[in-house]
Design a protein around this ligand. Structure first.
Ligand SMILES: *Cc1c(COP(=O)(O)O)cnc(C)c1O
Length: 391
């Protein structure tokens, strides 16, 4: 009993096999591939594409997504942590992998063993790596992250000269990429700031070149910039969200991203149907009261699964081609919906939590708006308890 419980929590593939609860996330690898091809076409043959698969591919499953993207011709993969890179290597991914967040003390050997390229942003990181590389008689590639206005990780653009000068002593390190990240590529009113970031990046690149560095890779663009700022392509782009068909809340508002297909659909099904007379209250806190004789369905999905509590009395699902509103509060494992207006509703009917059904759709962006967040947090938040099924 304990064993099978542990499997459910720690191993997603095992979870898919052990899962009897009809709640799952279906991942369309064909849609992922189609979105990737749109990006390839958009940027053209002279610009490489680093597919961003950090955070378990935004909840979609990094290994499965990377395998398909590698087959489709992804040039690089982007992850946050070296551990995420190791997971990809163990699954047989051979394309270069960049770790955006760098590495932590003690992970230098891991980078070498698994051939992972870290982003670096401190001289002492270069020093550590140089020491380990020299011991192994190796020259290690790194990409330097330049902070051109995001204010997060990165060597500040106005400290680039100093950094480049100091980096010259590390003979077992090759600075093979120079990257930066935009703060507001999705925001048309801040286009000037994006341009400022690009020129700060360009001057940093000149500073590195003046000190004798010749980074092969020049990359700046996330999804929003890949779509809206072609002048900033450099020779590689780093899209994440649009590969997963997330675009309504991360691209510039004027962009129509209908061509990007939804990749993750989340399904559950009706576990119990009941009649509830007019005037009864439903759920924790008795926050909903029936205004008519109603038919109420219970779904085995709750906020631990990532069906965020902000859906309480506001969200909706799709059943039999009709929207059914969430009534009362979403609880940890269960949610109730009003199916009075769903003709022919039956036990075991499928409920679409995220996904499309003909003209009806519920996208992660819609749920994100209810929760005052962005779609990325919704798909990342679909928890490990929800098995991923790849189609
Ligand atoms: C997450 C991330 C990206 C991808 O951003 P999207 O908005 O998902 O396209 C690109 N570069 C870096 C450094 C990132 O951290």
């Amino acid at each position: 009993m304990l064993d099978s419980t542990q499997n459910l929590i720690t191993n997603k593939d095992q979870a898919a096999k052990n899962c009897h609860r009809p709640t799952c996330a279906e991942i369309s690898l064909d849609s992922l591939a189609s979105n990737f091809r749109i990006v390839k076409e958009l940027v053209g043959a002279s610009v490489k594409v680093m597919a961003v698969v950090k955070a378990d591919a935004y909840g979609h499953g990094a290994v499965q997504c990377a395998k398909r993207l590698e087959a489709e011709g992804a040039d690089w993969f982007g992850v946050a942590l070296p551990e995420e890179g190791v997971e990809l290597r163990n699954a047989g991914i051979t394309r270069p992998i960049l770790c955006f967040g760098g590495f932590w003390r003690g992970q230098e050997g891991l980078l070498i063993e698994h051939n992972l390229v870290p982003a670096v942003y401190r001289l002492d990181m270069l020093g550590e790596l140089d020491r380990v590389a020299r011991r192994e008689s190796r020259v290690l590639d790194v990409h330097v992250k330049i902070d051109t206005g995001m204010g997060r990780l990165g060597v500040r653009y106005d400290a680039a000269t100093e950094f480049a000068e100091s980096a010259r002593v590390f003979k077992n390190i090759r600075i093979d990429g120079l990257m930066t990240h935009f703060a507001s590529a999705d925001e048309p009113t801040l286009n000037e700031f994006t341009k400022t970031q690009v020129s700060r990046y360009e001057s940093a690149l000149q500073q590195f070149e003046a000190k004798g560095f010749r980074p092969s890779f020049h990359d700046l663009c996330n999804s929003a910039a890949t779509v809206s700022h072609p002048f900033a392509y450099g020779n590689m782009v780093r899209p994440g969200g649009i590969l997963y068909g997330l675009w309504r809340d991360i691209l510039q508002p004027s962009v129509n991203g209908e061509a990007f297909q939804n990749v993750m659909s989340v399904y559950s099904s009706i576990a119990l149907l009941k009649r509830v007379p007019k005037g009864d209250s439903l759920g924790y806190g008795c926050t909903f009261r029936t205004s008519r004789d109603s038919v109420i369905a219970t779904l085995p999905i709750g906020y631990h699964d990532g069906f965020v509590r902000a859906n309480s009395n506001r969200g909706r699902v799709i059943i039999r081609g009709h929207y059914a509103p969430v009534v009362g509060r979403v609880s940890m494992d269960l949610t109730i919906v009003d199916v009075t207006d769903v003709p022919g509703v039956r036990l075991d009917d499928r409920a679409i939590i995220i996904g499309e059904d003909g003209a009806l759709s519920i996208h992660a962006e819609e749920m994100a708006k209810l929760a005052d967040t962005i779609s990325y947090e919704i798909t990342c938040g679909i928890s490990g308890r929800v098995p991923r099924v790849y189609v």
